[in-house]
Design a protein. Structure first.
Length: 99
């Protein structure tokens, strides 16, 4: 044992671009709306400290055919009360700060 700590962030297939687009065959608008609906629902539920991983790959969500709808949806999500966007490194720093 090294005493090192590991932080595990949730990685849901329900918000993963590969599973939604490649497996469920969602188009750009359906994919973006699914992410937004997921975040809106969690934001409306009582309690604090929820974390959602929006798994995105450049070859799926980063294609020109999907970035417009995704960008619009992300802008709306950023305006939701109580919703904050953070990188994994930022979440890790917050967890360390909290002890």
């Amino acid at each position: 044992e090294t005493g090192a700590r590991m932080l595990c962030l949730p990685y849901s297939m329900e918000t993963n671009d590969f599973s939604l687009v490649q497996t469920k065959n969602m188009d750009a608008r359906q994919y973006a709306q699914t992410l937004e609906d997921h975040v809106r629902q969690l934001a409306s539920e009582p309690g604090e400290g929820k974390v959602v991983c929006l798994g995105m790959h450049t070859f799926v969500a980063g294609t020109p055919a999907r970035t417009l709808a995704l960008g619009e949806s992300l802008e709306r999500m950023q305006k939701l009360p109580g919703v904050q966007f953070a990188s994994a490194a930022q979440v890790q720093a917050l967890v360390r700060k909290m002890g």
